[in-house]
Design a protein around this ligand. Structure first.
Ligand SMILES: [Zn+2]
Ligand SMILES: [Zn+2]
Length: 118
């Protein structure tokens, strides 16, 4: 998208600026699994879901609702500052295309019977 405005910008410059925006709290870096560095313009706490097939990431429509124990030693002496939770699944595209090339790379993939191609 940046290259539509600055055609010769390097990917390194893009990522450096994303890191700066991250330090300023304007965006957040997603500390998740997956192969690609990801940033999110939404800095509110929320969950994400990642497609195990194509690595697409979307916001997950679940409210963060983990209630932590309020005991001092509730976490082996740690003071808890937050939590991370990533949902994994198949995105709508991969779900309807179960023969997608990435799929046979995935071991132990659970495909509900209802989603198997007929
Ligand atoms: Zn996918
Ligand atoms: Zn998000």
């Amino acid at each position: 998208m940046v290259r539509q405005h600055l055609p010769r910008i390097s990917l390194g410059t893009v990522y450096r600026n994303l890191e700066v925006l991250c330090e300023l709290g304007e965006i957040q870096k997603l500390e998740h699994g997956g192969r690609i560095k990801r940033f999110d313009g939404n800095t509110e706490p929320h969950y994400h879901i990642r497609c195990v097939c194509c690595d697409r990431v979307d916001d997950a429509p679940f409210e963060p609702e983990i209630h932590l124990p309020n005991r001092q030693n509730g976490a082996n002496g740690y003071k808890i500052l937050g939590h991370r939770l990533e949902f994994v699944g198949l995105c709508p595209d991969c779900r309807t295309n179960l023969t997608a090339p990435g799929l046979n790379k995935i071991k132990h993939l659970y495909v509900p019977a209802a989603d198997k191609p007929s």
